[in-house]
Design a protein around this ligand. Structure first.
Ligand code: E4P
Length: 251
Protein backbone atom coordinates (compact mmCIF):
# COMPACT_ATOMS: atom_id res chain seq x y z
CA UNK A 1 0.00 0.00 0.00
CA UNK A 2 1.07 3.55 -0.73
CA UNK A 3 2.93 4.70 2.42
CA UNK A 4 0.80 7.85 2.62
CA UNK A 5 -2.21 5.64 3.06
CA UNK A 6 -0.93 3.87 6.15
CA UNK A 7 -2.09 4.75 9.62
CA UNK A 8 -5.11 4.65 11.85
CA UNK A 9 -7.47 6.97 10.10
CA UNK A 10 -10.29 6.16 7.74
CA UNK A 11 -8.60 5.67 4.43
CA UNK A 12 -9.28 4.79 0.89
CA UNK A 13 -7.25 2.09 -0.75
CA UNK A 14 -6.32 2.30 -4.38
CA UNK A 15 -6.83 -0.83 -6.42
CA UNK A 16 -3.56 -2.14 -7.91
CA UNK A 17 -4.77 -1.86 -11.49
CA UNK A 18 -7.01 0.52 -13.42
CA UNK A 19 -10.54 -0.76 -13.70
CA UNK A 20 -11.87 1.67 -16.26
CA UNK A 21 -10.33 3.67 -19.05
CA UNK A 22 -12.45 6.33 -20.65
CA UNK A 23 -11.77 9.28 -22.93
CA UNK A 24 -12.11 12.81 -21.63
CA UNK A 25 -11.36 15.97 -23.59
CA UNK A 26 -9.60 13.88 -26.18
CA UNK A 27 -7.30 12.17 -23.68
CA UNK A 28 -7.54 8.78 -22.07
CA UNK A 29 -7.55 8.81 -18.32
CA UNK A 30 -6.94 5.82 -16.16
CA UNK A 31 -9.34 5.94 -13.28
CA UNK A 32 -9.11 3.80 -10.24
CA UNK A 33 -11.95 2.70 -8.09
CA UNK A 34 -11.50 3.57 -4.48
CA UNK A 35 -12.92 1.17 -1.98
CA UNK A 36 -13.19 1.63 1.74
CA UNK A 37 -10.75 -0.58 3.56
CA UNK A 38 -11.62 -2.66 6.54
CA UNK A 39 -10.03 0.04 8.69
CA UNK A 40 -13.14 2.15 9.41
CA UNK A 41 -15.91 0.19 11.07
CA UNK A 42 -19.13 0.84 12.92
CA UNK A 43 -20.22 -1.34 15.83
CA UNK A 44 -23.55 -1.14 17.64
CA UNK A 45 -23.43 -0.68 21.40
CA UNK A 46 -26.49 -2.50 22.71
CA UNK A 47 -27.77 -5.74 24.19
CA UNK A 48 -31.26 -5.44 22.72
CA UNK A 49 -31.44 -8.19 20.13
CA UNK A 50 -34.34 -6.69 18.14
CA UNK A 51 -32.45 -3.38 17.83
CA UNK A 52 -29.48 -5.26 16.37
CA UNK A 53 -31.57 -7.38 14.01
CA UNK A 54 -33.29 -4.32 12.58
CA UNK A 55 -30.02 -2.59 11.73
CA UNK A 56 -27.76 -5.52 10.86
CA UNK A 57 -29.61 -6.00 7.58
CA UNK A 58 -28.15 -2.67 6.42
CA UNK A 59 -24.82 -4.47 5.99
CA UNK A 60 -23.12 -1.49 7.64
CA UNK A 61 -22.58 -2.93 11.11
CA UNK A 62 -19.34 -4.85 11.63
CA UNK A 63 -19.72 -5.82 15.27
CA UNK A 64 -21.54 -5.43 18.57
CA UNK A 65 -20.33 -4.27 21.96
CA UNK A 66 -22.08 -5.03 25.22
CA UNK A 67 -21.32 -4.28 28.84
CA UNK A 68 -22.82 -5.44 32.15
CA UNK A 69 -25.08 -2.36 32.35
CA UNK A 70 -26.46 -2.89 28.85
CA UNK A 71 -27.05 -6.56 29.66
CA UNK A 72 -28.85 -5.64 32.90
CA UNK A 73 -31.00 -3.12 31.01
CA UNK A 74 -32.03 -5.86 28.55
CA UNK A 75 -33.59 -7.68 31.51
CA UNK A 76 -32.48 -11.02 30.05
CA UNK A 77 -30.08 -13.81 30.83
CA UNK A 78 -26.68 -12.70 29.45
CA UNK A 79 -25.87 -16.04 27.83
CA UNK A 80 -29.19 -16.09 26.00
CA UNK A 81 -28.55 -12.53 24.80
CA UNK A 82 -25.08 -13.46 23.47
CA UNK A 83 -26.43 -16.60 21.77
CA UNK A 84 -29.26 -14.65 20.12
CA UNK A 85 -26.86 -11.95 18.90
CA UNK A 86 -24.49 -14.53 17.43
CA UNK A 87 -27.37 -16.34 15.75
CA UNK A 88 -28.15 -13.13 13.88
CA UNK A 89 -24.81 -13.59 12.11
CA UNK A 90 -22.74 -11.05 14.05
CA UNK A 91 -19.05 -11.77 13.54
CA UNK A 92 -17.52 -9.76 16.37
CA UNK A 93 -19.27 -9.54 19.74
CA UNK A 94 -17.57 -7.91 22.74
CA UNK A 95 -18.50 -9.78 25.91
CA UNK A 96 -17.31 -8.37 29.23
CA UNK A 97 -16.04 -10.87 31.79
CA UNK A 98 -15.87 -10.42 35.52
CA UNK A 99 -13.08 -11.24 37.97
CA UNK A 100 -10.91 -9.78 40.73
CA UNK A 101 -7.69 -11.45 39.63
CA UNK A 102 -6.06 -12.08 36.28
CA UNK A 103 -6.58 -15.79 36.88
CA UNK A 104 -10.34 -15.33 37.23
CA UNK A 105 -10.49 -13.02 34.22
CA UNK A 106 -8.49 -15.51 32.14
CA UNK A 107 -10.66 -18.45 33.22
CA UNK A 108 -13.83 -16.54 32.42
CA UNK A 109 -12.41 -15.29 29.12
CA UNK A 110 -11.38 -18.79 28.05
CA UNK A 111 -14.82 -20.11 29.04
CA UNK A 112 -16.54 -17.47 26.89
CA UNK A 113 -14.22 -18.29 24.01
CA UNK A 114 -14.97 -22.02 24.36
CA UNK A 115 -18.69 -21.26 24.28
CA UNK A 116 -18.82 -18.76 21.45
CA UNK A 117 -15.54 -19.32 19.58
CA UNK A 118 -13.88 -16.53 17.66
CA UNK A 119 -17.01 -14.44 17.40
CA UNK A 120 -16.41 -13.48 21.01
CA UNK A 121 -14.06 -10.63 21.81
CA UNK A 122 -13.25 -10.67 25.51
CA UNK A 123 -13.79 -7.33 27.17
CA UNK A 124 -11.51 -6.65 30.11
CA UNK A 125 -11.08 -3.66 32.40
CA UNK A 126 -7.90 -1.59 32.18
CA UNK A 127 -6.42 -2.58 35.53
CA UNK A 128 -3.16 -4.37 36.24
CA UNK A 129 -5.06 -7.66 36.59
CA UNK A 130 -6.95 -6.92 33.40
CA UNK A 131 -3.71 -6.15 31.57
CA UNK A 132 -2.15 -9.43 32.72
CA UNK A 133 -5.21 -11.30 31.52
CA UNK A 134 -5.09 -9.37 28.24
CA UNK A 135 -1.49 -10.40 27.66
CA UNK A 136 -2.31 -14.05 28.30
CA UNK A 137 -5.48 -14.20 26.21
CA UNK A 138 -3.93 -12.24 23.32
CA UNK A 139 -0.93 -14.59 23.33
CA UNK A 140 -3.20 -17.60 22.85
CA UNK A 141 -4.98 -15.88 19.98
CA UNK A 142 -8.12 -14.60 21.71
CA UNK A 143 -9.22 -11.08 20.76
CA UNK A 144 -9.35 -8.67 23.68
CA UNK A 145 -11.15 -5.34 23.93
CA UNK A 146 -9.70 -3.30 26.81
CA UNK A 147 -12.47 -1.17 28.21
CA UNK A 148 -12.82 1.95 30.37
CA UNK A 149 -9.83 3.72 28.81
CA UNK A 150 -9.39 7.33 29.92
CA UNK A 151 -5.72 8.12 29.23
CA UNK A 152 -2.92 7.68 26.70
CA UNK A 153 -0.87 5.80 29.27
CA UNK A 154 -3.62 3.21 29.67
CA UNK A 155 -3.80 2.88 25.87
CA UNK A 156 -0.04 2.29 25.72
CA UNK A 157 -0.19 -0.45 28.35
CA UNK A 158 -3.08 -2.15 26.57
CA UNK A 159 -1.19 -2.15 23.28
CA UNK A 160 1.86 -3.63 25.03
CA UNK A 161 -0.45 -6.31 26.42
CA UNK A 162 -1.48 -7.19 22.86
CA UNK A 163 -5.05 -5.88 22.95
CA UNK A 164 -6.92 -6.06 19.65
CA UNK A 165 -9.07 -3.07 20.66
CA UNK A 166 -8.97 -0.33 23.23
CA UNK A 167 -12.19 1.47 24.13
CA UNK A 168 -11.75 5.11 25.16
CA UNK A 169 -15.07 6.31 26.64
CA UNK A 170 -15.42 9.72 25.09
CA UNK A 171 -18.92 10.59 26.36
CA UNK A 172 -18.01 9.79 29.95
CA UNK A 173 -14.95 12.02 29.66
CA UNK A 174 -17.14 14.86 28.40
CA UNK A 175 -19.53 14.21 31.31
CA UNK A 176 -16.58 14.88 33.62
CA UNK A 177 -15.40 18.09 31.95
CA UNK A 178 -12.63 16.33 30.01
CA UNK A 179 -12.38 16.29 26.22
CA UNK A 180 -13.07 12.77 25.03
CA UNK A 181 -12.26 13.45 21.40
CA UNK A 182 -8.86 14.91 22.30
CA UNK A 183 -8.00 11.59 23.88
CA UNK A 184 -8.80 9.82 20.60
CA UNK A 185 -6.46 12.21 18.77
CA UNK A 186 -3.68 11.77 21.34
CA UNK A 187 -3.86 7.97 21.30
CA UNK A 188 -4.05 7.89 17.49
CA UNK A 189 -0.95 10.06 17.31
CA UNK A 190 1.09 7.74 19.51
CA UNK A 191 -0.20 4.59 17.82
CA UNK A 192 0.59 5.98 14.38
CA UNK A 193 4.12 7.05 15.33
CA UNK A 194 4.83 3.74 17.03
CA UNK A 195 3.09 1.70 14.30
CA UNK A 196 0.89 0.01 16.88
CA UNK A 197 -1.68 -2.44 15.55
CA UNK A 198 -4.14 -2.17 18.45
CA UNK A 199 -7.31 -0.57 17.08
CA UNK A 200 -8.97 2.43 18.65
CA UNK A 201 -12.63 1.67 19.30
CA UNK A 202 -14.29 4.94 20.26
CA UNK A 203 -16.94 4.12 22.87
CA UNK A 204 -19.49 6.00 24.92
CA UNK A 205 -20.46 7.90 21.79
CA UNK A 206 -23.63 9.91 22.31
CA UNK A 207 -24.15 11.87 19.08
CA UNK A 208 -23.62 11.82 15.35
CA UNK A 209 -21.06 14.62 15.29
CA UNK A 210 -18.74 12.68 17.58
CA UNK A 211 -18.71 9.74 15.15
CA UNK A 212 -17.34 11.83 12.29
CA UNK A 213 -14.88 13.59 14.56
CA UNK A 214 -13.65 10.36 16.16
CA UNK A 215 -12.90 8.86 12.73
CA UNK A 216 -11.30 12.11 11.60
CA UNK A 217 -9.04 12.09 14.63
CA UNK A 218 -7.93 8.51 14.10
CA UNK A 219 -10.44 6.09 15.61
CA UNK A 220 -10.63 2.82 13.68
CA UNK A 221 -14.05 1.86 14.98
CA UNK A 222 -16.94 3.70 16.63
CA UNK A 223 -19.40 1.76 18.72
CA UNK A 224 -22.67 3.62 18.79
CA UNK A 225 -26.16 3.27 20.26
CA UNK A 226 -28.85 2.27 17.72
CA UNK A 227 -30.38 5.76 17.85
CA UNK A 228 -27.09 7.39 16.84
CA UNK A 229 -26.81 4.93 13.94
CA UNK A 230 -30.29 5.93 12.76
CA UNK A 231 -29.48 9.61 13.11
CA UNK A 232 -26.34 9.24 10.99
CA UNK A 233 -28.47 8.68 7.89
CA UNK A 234 -30.88 11.50 8.62
CA UNK A 235 -30.59 15.05 7.39
CA UNK A 236 -33.36 17.60 7.26
CA UNK A 237 -32.25 18.76 3.80
CA UNK A 238 -32.32 15.17 2.51
CA UNK A 239 -35.88 14.75 3.80
CA UNK A 240 -36.95 18.09 2.37
CA UNK A 241 -35.18 17.56 -0.95
CA UNK A 242 -36.65 14.08 -1.32
CA UNK A 243 -40.16 15.35 -0.68
CA UNK A 244 -39.70 17.82 -3.52
CA UNK A 245 -38.17 15.21 -5.85
CA UNK A 246 -40.96 12.75 -5.11
CA UNK A 247 -43.55 15.44 -5.82
CA UNK A 248 -41.77 16.31 -9.08
CA UNK A 249 -41.69 12.64 -10.11
CA UNK A 250 -45.47 12.66 -9.98
CA UNK A 251 -45.95 16.07 -11.61
C1 E4P B 1 -18.62 0.51 25.12
O1 E4P B 1 -18.02 -0.52 25.01
C2 E4P B 1 -19.49 0.80 26.25
O2 E4P B 1 -20.37 -0.28 26.35
C3 E4P B 1 -20.34 2.02 26.05
O3 E4P B 1 -19.99 2.71 24.89
C4 E4P B 1 -20.48 2.89 27.25
O4 E4P B 1 -21.30 3.98 26.93
P1 E4P B 1 -21.95 4.93 28.03
O5 E4P B 1 -20.86 5.77 28.63
O6 E4P B 1 -22.93 5.75 27.27
O7 E4P B 1 -22.58 4.04 29.06
Amino acid sequence: MDSSLKGNSCLLRRQPFPLYIYPMNGYSYNTYTYTQTYIMKLFLDTAIVSDIEERLSSGLIAGITTNPTLIRKSGRDPWKVYTDIIELGVEDLSIEVNGETSKELIENGVAVNKNYGNVATIKLPCTIEGLKACKYLSNIGIRVNMTLIFSVSQAILCSLAGATYISPFIGRMDDNSLTGLSLIADIADVFKKQEIKTQILAASVRDVQSVGKAFELGANICTIPPKVFDNMADHVLTTKGLEQFNADFLA
